[in-house]
Ligand binder design. Structure first.
Ligand SMILES: Nc1ncnc2c1ncn2[C@@H]1O[C@H](COP(=O)(O)OP(=O)(O)O)[C@@H](O)[C@H]1O
Ligand SMILES: [Mg+2]
Length: 443
């Protein structure tokens, strides 16, 4: 055993194992050095099933993984912290850990809980600095999170640049996820109401604005359902055998009064300001698999609220628009960290960006976009932008691929039909389903 491994063992035995017990796992529910399929993680835990199915005897289907580091390693911030995050993320996504929902990284000085939802691993708590005074509160907070796993992943689609396809992405991703059998809610938090109009909806008797202003109103009263009967479904969905397929998902539509919420006087009616939307959708987090939020371009009340409410931010860019790349960098380096500082629970985080509206003749433009991205990565000193633009790039495999949604006339004309383009065109459906697979769904 190397000296590093030895000091790590001390953390495992004297801190991490007792911690897992404090989190509700007894000794027979914890295994050391669990083989994830992508390396060994220090500890894994799962509640025992019947007496025949103890985790100790059949170490399969872990629920929680814990990676320990020595106390000498700086887990507060910097490169060791980032490496530990990458490590827990790859363990959680490894083949023997499909059932795992949580990951912890700790060196007994710092501790952070991470959550896995499908393919997404995101912070569930701040990265706490542990001291004798706060350890009990931290354990309570972690235990509370573990016992209340929320069903939904909340995604805000945002770039501080107009016309990149934010609304289009929410519409088609919501529809593609619903077509996969997921329970989906789309929230129109743009006062212009493009999303609401695309679905051909109008506000109900009780509106989103009223609900924002009055916390006593039940949020369910502003949710509307949209159902689509897809004809010739067999041709579009290879796994469907019936000729017609009914797909539905829910929407919180925008109402015209939302537009008045722009000055400080009218915003004063909304308690908690940009935190209000997060509270408003909180009761829905156990009712849906995905909550998608559409918001406007300007970094003002609506977008700040959408980003504040989200677990992760999905950022569309356009390869033919360098300004969309520059603005993506602002979102990643400025707006998200700003929001995370005020939320103080580790989130939200950005997912890797993608190219929207790529025309079949744009290989040259894409090359230029990659040169621009290289410059942006090299210039940026505060954040390592590489994984946000080139998520498949590794030492020895300089893969710069960026996920693409092509430019299709049917995507832009779909607004007039009030039907998401994915339901009209099989190619479009396949692209948005690959977007869902690339970022969200683990299958
Ligand atoms: N992949 C695409 N192919 C064709 N048209 C697209 C595509 N993505 C977006 N559009 C069109 O581009 C315009 C801007 O998209 P939109 O989603 O409204 O952007 P944003 O919400 O970011 O302002 C819309 O007219 C939309 O229909
Ligand atoms: Mg829009």
């Amino acid at each position: 055993m190397s000296p590093t491994e030895r000091v790590e063992r001390v953390v495992v035995q004297h801190f991490a194992s007792p911690l897992l017990q404090a989190l509700g796992f007894d000794e027979s529910e914890i295994r050391e050095e669990f083989e994830t399929g992508c390396g060994q993680v220090d500890l894994a835990a799962r509640k025992n099933g019947d007496p025949e199915d103890t985790f100790f005897r059949s170490p399969k289907n872990p629920y929680l993984l814990l990676e320990a580091k020595s106390r000498a390693v700086n887990l507060r911030e910097g490169s060791y912290y980032r490496d530990a995050v990458c490590q827990i993320e790859s363990y959680l996504l490894a083949k023997n850990c499909k059932s795992a929902k949580w990951g912890i990284i700790t060196n007994a000085n710092n501790i952070q809980l991470w959550r896995k939802h499908g393919k997404v691993v995101h912070p569930a708590t701040a990265n706490f600095s542990i001291n004798p005074d706060n350890i009990e509160t931290i354990v309570r907070d972690l235990r509370n999170k573990l016992e209340n796993y929320e069903r939904a992943l909340t995604i805000c689609v945002y770039n501080n640049k107009g016309g990149v396809g934010k609304t289009t992405t929410v519409i088609n991703l919501a529809a593609a996820l619903a077509a996969k059998g997921k329970r989906v809610l789309a929230v129109d938090f743009d006062s212009q109401g493009d999303l609401t109009r695309s679905f051909g909806l109008s506000p109900g008797e009780i509106t989103l604005t009223q609900c924002l202003k009055d916390p006593k109103i039940d949020v369910h009263s502003i949710i509307q359902s949209r159902s689509y009967s897809i004809k010739n479904a067999k041709n579009k969905f290879p796994y469907i055998f019936d000729s017609t397929l009914d797909i539905s998902f829910d929407i919180i539509p925008r109402d015209p009064e939302l537009e008045t919420l722009t000055d400080s006087q009218s915003l004063a009616y909304i308690q908690k300001g940009t935190r209000r939307l997060r509270d408003l959708i909180a009761p829905l987090r156990n009712e849906y698999d995905y909550i998608l939020i559409d918001c406007p371009t300007q970094w003002l009340y609506f977008s700040q609220s959408g980003v504040f409410a989200a677990d992760v931010i999905l950022i569309p860019t356009r390869p033919d628009d360098p300004s969309s790349l520059n603005n993506a960098v602002r979102v990643i380096t400025k707006f998200i960290p700003e929001t995370a500082r005020s939320r103080q629970d580790g989130g939200p985080i950005a997912l890797p960006t993608f190219f929207n509206g790529v025309s079949s003749r744009s290989e040259y433009t894409i090359r230029l976009a990659h040169e621009e991205i290289r410059k942006l990565i090299d210039q940026e000193k505060s954040v390592d932008l590489l994984p946000y633009f080139w998520p498949h790039f590794k030492k020895g495999n300089e893969n710069k691929s960026i996920f693409r949604i092509p430019d299709y006339a049917v995507i832009s004309s779909a607004k007039f039909d009030r039907i998401p383009a994915v339901f009209n065109d099989r190619r479009v459906l396949e692209y948005y389903q690959s977007l869902a697979r690339e970022y969200f769904i683990d299958e």
